[in-house]
Design a protein around this ligand. Sequence first.
Ligand code: GLN
Length: 289
Amino acid sequence: MQCPTAMTGTPSIRALLEQARRDLATESARLDAEVLLAACLGKPRSYLHTWPERSIDQRELECFAQLLRRRARGEPVAHLTGEREFWSLPLAVTPDTLVPRPETETLVELALEKLPPESSLRVADLGTGSGAIALAIATERPRCEVIATDISEPALRVARQNAERLGLDNVRFIAGDWCESLPAGRFDAILSNPPYVAERDPHLDTGDVRFEPCRALAAGPEGMAALRQIARCAHIHLYEGGWLIMEHGYDQGAKVRLLLQAGGYVAISSHKDYAGLDRVTLGRYERQA
Ligand code: GLN
């Protein structure tokens, strides 16, 4: 193997990363710069640490400069590289989908607790986006049938492509609003990470979320519109004893628990994400006598 050598007059990987970290000046600047440079070099991030003295050629330099400019404007790193890892699965993401977030893995963990490993159950993921939740469940529970819905056709195209790339054949994608397009027959679990930010939340005008699809983020004046709609329709599609598991904002746990109580759910509980914030609420549907 020929080792990459330093060329005179062109910057080294180390020098470039140092400069980019200073220029970006964000919390995640170091990581962002590494991910973007690795993408331009077509190498894994570990390569940058193995060959810090390697020089960068003109084409690579231009690629990096362009991605850094876009990152400085706020475009999410996942949109710039076209990929984000979720549940250790490499997922394609585009501006048509929400960028999968680590806190959503909390929902996957809770769902897996309710789905025994060798079970052949039916699971739905409402508003699947890039397919993150559906694909994580389909990978962990190969005998389960997973139905994933989204109102956005472009998002479903991304999700389908992700399922194909991962070679998963136990997930079906269907276009439609929340429960509207769910096929006949009942489900053992209905999962969702719906939009839950308040429509006028100033958070929507700052940082990376400006580049994500608004309807995947915001729902109604208090961010409760989609959560409420799902709580209203899910029970029609759940078996007796089936679980509804929803992600929500850090301050929406109490409201979601009330929704589930009013909807005839029992064993209701809220759970914290890795940052210690209330993030997921679940309940078991019991038909009234
Ligand atoms: N957690 C995301 C945010 O605050 C929102 C995700 C969602 O609405 N489902 O940016």
